[in-house]
Design a protein around this ligand. Sequence first.
Ligand SMILES: [Zn+2]
Length: 93
Amino acid sequence: MSGPKGVQCKHIAEEPILRLLRSFDGKWATWRDTDLMPTVVPAFPAGTPAKVVMAKMASLIRRGLVDGCTCGCRGDYVLTDRGAEWPRRRYGA
Ligand SMILES: [Zn+2]
């Protein structure tokens, strides 16, 4: 899937997304650009279309790194245990 600027899911780094979710400490995050609840938007390149954000999150959910909903509602993304371990193991953070 690609957006108007050619941003594609597979080109988006997942490490910043997983780190950001970890910083929310179990609070649910959304794909929307909002101040009302935690959001994953700051972990994406500026201007990433919402549908690409949602598709990227869906791929992380499929891989078991993130829990949440892919139906187009607010998402309610949280890290799974596996997602919490993944960047630490891979990057030593
Ligand atoms: Zn939903």
